[in-house]
Design a protein around this ligand. Structure first.
Ligand code: NIG
Ligand code: FE
Length: 400
């Protein structure tokens, strides 16, 4: 057992009260991987961590990342500075497709070692659970190789990785003139094989002009569902593609990006309990200013999660504390709402809110001991990560 003493401020979602809670001058007893007790003057335990009257929060849950790639695409960053858009770059042969040839040719062991070091960084930023998409293989063999790499790293790394199959990330070169052929390949061969492989929990589709249209997206998600995969979507990122409506219709657990979502789309999300996962890091990294309409979504009653969208093309950010700063600055989120969106609601979007995402008795001991006193400093200290320790399943996995 471990006792966390002298916690100055414990900030967490409280699922009994349904609110974000701040408890001052508190202690926690951890038994193996679980939180056993939260309170004052708890019993004496030999193994003590002194939190020095600082802040403690749940570990972050990042519900949208694309970490299975070989090389970053910094050349595209510079092309955007010269005026090209993300869509222009993709249309001229860059973008997602340019990460595909790399990945297809690489041995799984190199992919595993790249993925491991990326997971080390996530952990240093306080992320204890991370959703990981495939989607740079775009053929049966390489999509399965990507999911296998996620599974291998998950088995040997303290971070918890939740795999998502995203064969519908883009059309590979060989199907350039036969989009329906690729959709057939996904539905008739990839999904059954991925389901049989048994690693992927979710299925994701990039529903956007130039990528998968609403009909194709609907078909792929429905076939995925038949094979036990839970749908989530990249929706209404660059254009309004009515993808939020498809997310509602397919009962996707989450619709992500939503920079261009319409009023009808917002209604469809609310009516079908679809979580809106907002990715302000991507808007920022692409040098854009049209952030997702957080206030409208919130006022419509849609639940909001936040994620990094870490990937080689449109967002190199791995830090949830930085995403919190962006969400406060550009989405005008309240700091406590932002923390809830990065912990409890993001866990809910991975269907894990009963075990992670908040510091409550009986839940997993995934938590961050900070070097700061109060939660407001997480957003205020934009370019630093004042984290002292990260605990995952009750073990210290990072110490500054
Ligand atoms: O979420 N929008 C689609 N996928 C990623 C970008 C992936 C890439 O450019 O490699 C995203 O932004
Ligand atoms: Fe993405």
């Amino acid at each position: 057992m471990i006792k966390l003493e002298n916690i100055g401020s414990l900030v967490t979602y409280n699922s009994n009260l349904g609110i974000m809670d701040t408890l001052n001058d508190i202690e926690i007893i951890i038994d193996n991987d679980l939180i056993l007790e939260i309170g004052n003057n708890l019993r004496k335990i030999d193994n003590v961590i002194n939190c020095n009257h600082k802040l403690v929060t749940p570990g972050f849950v990042d519900p949208h990342t694309h970490p299975v790639f070989l090389n970053p695409r910094e050349d595209e960053f510079n092309m955007r500075l010269k005026g090209s858009t993300y869509e222009d770059i993709a249309a001229s042969g860059g973008g997602i497709r340019s990460s595909v040839s790399d990945l297809r040719n690489v041995d799984i062991s190199l992919l595993v070692s790249k993925l491991k070091s990326r997971m080390d960084s996530f952990l240093r930023y306080g992320t204890t659970t991370v959703e990981c998409k495939s989607g740079y293989g775009l053929n049966i063999e390489s999509e399965m190789k990507s999911l296998k790499a996620i599974n291998e790293v998950n088995n040997s790394h303290p971070i918890n990785m939740i795999p998502t199959f995203m064969g519908a990330h883009a059309f590979p070169q060989e199907y350039e003139k036969n989009h329906e052929g690729y959709v057939n390949l996904i539905c008739d061969e990839m999904i059954p094989k991925v389901a049989k492989q048994g690693f992927a929990v979710f299925i994701d589709v990039f529903c956007e002009k130039g990528y998968f249209n609403p009909e194709q997206s609907r078909r792929i998600l429905n076939v995925g569902k038949k094979h036990g995969l839970i749908p989530r979507m990249h929706a209404d990122e660059f254009q309004n593609s009515k993808s939020a409506e498809i997310a509602g219709e397919t009962k996707s657990i989450s619709a992500d990006h939503l920079m261009m979502v319409s009023e009808e789309g917002i209604k469809a999300l609310y009516e079908n309990n679809v979580i809106a996962t907002l990715l302000p890091g991507t808007t920022f990294f692409l040098g854009q200013s049209n952030y997702a309409p957080y206030t409208k979504l919130k006022e419509a009653g849609v639940e909001i999660a936040l994620a990094t969208d870490f990937n080689p093309g449109s967002c190199s950010i791995q830090s949830m504390p930085f995403i919190i700063s962006l969400a406060c600055l550009f989405l005008k989120m309240d700091i406590l709402d932002a923390v809830k969106a990065c912990t409890y609601t993001s866990a809910k979007s991975l269907m894990l809110e009963d075990t992670i995402g908040s510091i409550e008795e009986g839940k997993k001991a995934d938590l961050i001991i900070w070097e700061i006193d109060k939660i407001e400093d997480v957003s205020y200290l934009v370019d630093s990560t004042p984290i002292r320790n990260v605990l995952k399943d009750g073990s210290e996995v990072f110490t500054a």
